[in-house]
Design a protein around this ligand. Sequence first.
Ligand code: DHE
Length: 514
Amino acid sequence: MTNLSEEEFLWAKQVYFERCAGCHGTLRKGATGPALTPDRTTAMGTTALSAIIFNGTPRGMPDWGKQGFFTPEQIDILARFLQQEPPAPPEMSLEQMKNSWRLLVSPAERPGAPATKRNWQNYFMVTLRDVGQVAVIDGDTYEVVSNVDTGYAVHITRMSATGRYAYVIGRDGKLALVDLWMETPTKVAEVQVCYDARSVEVSKYEGPEGDFTDRLAVVGCYWPPHFVILDGQTLEPMNIISTHGYTVDTKEYHPEPRVTSIVVSHYKPEWIINVKEIGQIWLVNYVDPFAPQIKMLRAARYLHDGGWDASRRYFLVAASQSNKVAVVDALEGKIAALVDTPKIPHPGREANWIDPEFGPVWSSAHLGDPAIVSIGTDPEGHAESAWKAVRVTPLPGAGSLFIKTHPNSQWIWVDMTLKPDPVLARTICVIAKQQPTELYRCWEASSYGRAVHFEYNAAGTEVWVSIWGDASKPGQTGEIVVYDDATLTEKAHIPNLITPTGKFNVFNTVGDIY
Ligand code: DHE
């Protein structure tokens, strides 16, 4: 029986949006996770679907039942919901966006120079996932300088070109602008530009075509499938560009091509925007935000996250379903290569370092494979290694989400956050750059929760790791562990944070240092 009462349907619809749509798609056509359309789900039936929701899968589906997120009765409702036609979500107009827009402190009322004595360029913006906030933490003193209310389950924060402004995007498409020059960093504007979002980026170009420093922002949406260009000082929405289109390989229409990672070019007034389901990478020139020029590059499905190589000329992005990494030459404006990798690359912004054998490489973690894979990134100096997966360093388990290093560090750090084994999920490992064939050391970063995501301080001497706890368990809600990078020893704890996940250091985020 797959019928649902109205109350059950509304509950399941909201839970699907919050927990499932990110991987399976709002229209359930599949992406990181498989399609969940009725032609597939009715053949599986309520019992099989319930078992998967309860136990998870080795491919990365969380064990929602075992973890205690849902009772067997709630899982039964979800399994029945999945066998019904997906409800069609609404679109969003510019007028609707403008109605949600609040300019809380106008640019004229903001400080003309830093009003704080703190070293604001070493602030960390820390996502407090389950309370809809970011904590602004002083990287010199480890004090929480302010907690700012933002959108729901914040995903990432990016800084303006000067670093003065932080742009925080929630999963609910709410963008918050925080002024870090204020004595207490404060939200100065907010707006909702979609119902489901993951990415935000800024304009950084200054040159013959104009000065775009701290001028524009762009938000990439999952639903509706579009990106929105906004005034970077006020967040007034300016233009919406739909990403509906045709898949790169079979040229089929896709109703939900979601915008995943966005980065800003260091050479041109251009954003690199990844359109996941259709496998296209769009180079968007932002000189005229009302009539942007767009060059659509052919890459591979499904584009997810990525980052720059050390020279900042090449952008490398995971095409998860194709088990490839696409390389964009941002200077020439073309695809330089499609590199074959193991299952489901998930690099974050990844790690750039010099391999003793292969020269400059970019390394990625993998959700589906217990390994770090390094790709050569120096076509001029090391042509034989360029755009090839030249090195595989094994890990004790799959389920890695993030990897990080710093040009001054001798280490590469990696997590295994999504490993179903709770001990490995809170274990972190380091690889020595001089001996990259094997792991140097692994250890448990905490006695509870999952260890997730690394960020360096501005000097590149400390590494911050989040312990992603449970908001309902006092004493185990989460914390940050700060390590001395040279000795790998614990230096500090920033306790009692509610579900910290991503962390973004102002200086490193502005300079794309990783
Ligand atoms: Fe993320 C980056 C999408 C789940 C923490 N995540 C990204 C980016 C995308 C993305 C597109 C790249 C943004 C950019 O660079 O412009 N993430 C998704 C999903 O679709 C997915 C798989 C499922 C979902 O429902 O959202 C997902 N992500 C998670 C999490 O569960 C994490 C661990 C915690 C959370 O926020 O709920 C998480 N994602 C992060 C972080 C980054 C990120 C910390 C930025 C990494 C960096 O260093 O740049």
